[in-house]
Write a protein that binds this ligand. Structure first.
Ligand code: ZN
Length: 118
């Protein structure tokens, strides 16, 4: 089943038309406007302008029913979403990240101590 153009709304981040659905948990989930073979959401229209979605991921997920179509969640394809955490200028030193300890010099100095003891 393909949503009618009147059922689509532009995404706030990228402007692409998306279909808003309601998940089994009662949450709102935007999916791409067209079904996709690799989509992991089973969606169908309940009544006019009202679609439900459920995840097909997980071992206990029921297989796709004949009245359902696969859709991709729009967050997976949206091109307008800002990065989760942008790199802060000046916070990351050139070369190694700040949370990585350089082991080489320490190992070299230990080997040097051992050599000196002999
Ligand atoms: Zn988008």
């Amino acid at each position: 089943m393909i949503p009618a153009p009147s059922e689509l709304r532009p995404c706030n981040d990228c402007g692409q038309p998306v279909l808003w659905t309601t998940t089994a948990a009662g949450k709102r989930l935007a999916v791409d406007a067209h079904p996709a073979e690799d989509g992991n959401q089973a969606c169908y229209r309940v009544v006019s302008r009202s679609w439900v979605s459920r995840s097909l991921d997980g071992a206990d997920a029921r297989p796709l029913a004949r009245w359902e179509d696969r859709y991709r969640p729009h967050v997976a394809t949206c091109t307008g979403r800002p990065a989760v955490q942008e790199q802060l200028p000046g916070m990351i030193p050139k070369g190694m990240p700040s949370n990585v300890v350089r082991l080489e010099p320490r190992q070299r100095s230990r080997a040097g101590r051992r050599r000196r003891r002999r």
